[in-house]
Design a protein around this ligand. Structure first.
Ligand SMILES: [Zn+2]
Length: 331
């Protein structure tokens, strides 16, 4: 056996040994694989290049006080209860000024700064630091990070908790983009939407070969072209998989799986809210109960059940709706 293959087998084996028996991802690899494949299928057409160019100079500039004012209006308008002033005054939330246009930075760094926010738990206290880039796009960034903050637990988040927490942040951020659009910031809303879903596509693409490795290893104990053909009914993709094995790349599938699923769930929640504003109660309830609820209770709180057929249909429908919007929305 080639050295690289052996290394990958060892990694997968260790991973499986150290994962609990009722682990959701490992026990539902096919479902997560299907989620990722669907993202690739739907979203690949939406982004012609791997990383799209951003015209940073076209993003509307906005001062911090005006942004804070709009964020408060957003919460009020959508019946979300959050005392932003209080959290700023007591230092829990800090906006870190970043001279976005004057500091010489590569585009990659600019992109990172555009979306940078940190929610940090230390000694039982949670602090939020959000980049103040002086841009309108800081608003959805802040809404996303504050959503993480709203339900901070006293202890470290479990992966399930992380999953629903991220899905809430995505949902609120998407609702906020509609608010931005209503104020005339169409291009900024569109840019943020593209950032969100191009990042989803990137994660799904990274996860796919890793799922394939896990699936084949679990099923056959070995990864080979014959096994690949047997299981996936095609040989397409095997060469790519082989390349990844040679490079020794296997991505952390839990993190990627939960990120992909969280974006599905967030998109679904956004459209449920779109359909009927009273869904905000479900969102608020999930915030309230996330820290003492298990996976299935969290699903129930947002009108889902078990991530089987009917639920999957709902999630797929939401993502495909979003995909149409990405393709057709000139604004
Ligand atoms: Zn997040």
């Amino acid at each position: 056996m080639e050295e690289e293959t052996e290394r990958i087998y060892r990694l997968i084996n260790n991973y499986l040994i150290n994962t609990s028996e009722n682990d959701i991802v490992i026990n539902s690899l096919d479902v997560f694989y299907y989620f990722a494949l669907n993202v690739k299928k739907l979203l690949s057409d939406c982004f012609d290049k791997k990383e799209f160019d951003i015209s940073y100079s076209k993003i509307t500039k906005m001062k911090l006080l005006d942004k804070v004012d709009l964020i408060k209006r957003f919460y009020q308008k959508n019946d979300m209860i959050f005392d932003l002033d209080h959290c700023i005054k007591n230092g829990t939330i800090e906006f870190r000024y970043y001279d976005f246009f004057n500091i010489k930075n590569s585009d990659a760094n600019k992109r990172i700064n555009l979306t940078k926010g940190i929610v940090l738990q230390k000694n039982g206290k949670t602090n939020v630091t959000i980049n103040d880039n002086g841009l309108v796009t800081d608003i959805p960034l802040t809404i996303h990070e504050l959503s993480h903050f709203k339900n901070s637990p006293d202890t470290e988040r479990s992966l399930i908790n992380w999953l629903f927490n991220e899905s809430l942040a995505v949902a609120e951020e998407l609702i906020c983009l509609d608010f931005l659009k209503s104020l005339g910031y169409h291009d900024e809303a569109k840019l943020w939407l593209r950032l969100r879903y191009s990042s989803l596509l990137k994660s799904a693409k990274q996860a796919i070969p890793s799922y394939q490795m896990f699936i084949l290893f679990k099923k056959f104990g070995a990864i080979s072209d014959i096994n690949y053909r047997l299981y996936f009914k095609t040989i397409d993709g095997y060469n790519y998989l082989k390349k990844r094995i040679k490079e020794g790349i296997i991505h952390p599938i839990h993190k990627l799986s939960f990120y992909v699923l969280a974006t599905y769930l967030g998109t679904y929640m956004y459209y449920e809210y779109h359909k009927d504003r009273s869904f905000i109660k479900n969102i608020e309830n999930l915030h309230k109960r996330i820290n003492d609820s298990d996976f299935f209770t969290c699903l129930k709180l947002i009108n889902l059940h078990n991530l089987e057929k009917e639920d999957i249909k709902k999630l797929m429908k939401a993502l495909s709706k979003m995909c149409n919007r990405l393709k057709n929305d000139t604004h």
